[in-house]
Design a protein around this ligand. Structure first.
Ligand SMILES: [Zn+2]
Length: 156
């Protein structure tokens, strides 16, 4: 039936568009540098006088957003949606629900693996949520400062 074929064509097109959009968003969510929360973290570190870190360190598991090398502290900033934070910003869209749920689950699984790889290399790992950084940035920065103090004193 020609009508059906046409409708099928439209649905295919729609499907392609949805997939293209989700791919684009997923690249953005997972791979992009200098997202807003990362910038907020770095600004906070800067104004607390915490410098000398490297950012987006690819040679470490999970490419931590911020790494203090001497103190061996790796920091990740997690987008609430991409890592499934239960804070309300993370609601999985009703369209393509299974796709998103799986994607988020994989992100969580991957992060857990990266975290334990870092720990076994002797790193301390902090993972901040995007929404925490917005609400309580000062407290988070203080935590970073505290860990840096401890871990730098440990060194001879
Ligand atoms: Zn959140």
């Amino acid at each position: 039936m020609p009508g059906e074929a046409k409708l099928y064509g439209i649905n295919r097109l729609r499907e392609t568009l949805v997939v293209a959009e989700s791919t684009r968003r997923s690249m953005k969510g997972n791979k992009s540098r200098d997202t807003k929360p990362e910038i907020a973290l770095r600004k906070g570190l800067w104004s607390a006088g915490l410098r000398g870190y490297r950012k987006n360190v690819r040679k470490l598991p999970g490419t931590p957003d911020v790494v203090f090398g001497r103190a061996k502290l790796a920091i990740f900033v997690h987008g609430c949606f991409w890592h499934g934070h239960e804070c309300g910003r993370a609601r999985v869209p009703t369209q393509n629900r299974a796709f998103w749920a799986e994607k988020i689950r994989l992100n969580q699984e991957r992060h857990a693996a990266h975290e334990s790889a870092l720990l076994s290399k002797g790193y301390a790992v902090l993972t901040f949520w995007e929404c925490e950084l917005r609400r309580e940035q000062e407290a988070l920065i203080n935590r970073v400062a505290g860990i840096l103090r401890e871990r730098r004193q440990d060194k001879p």
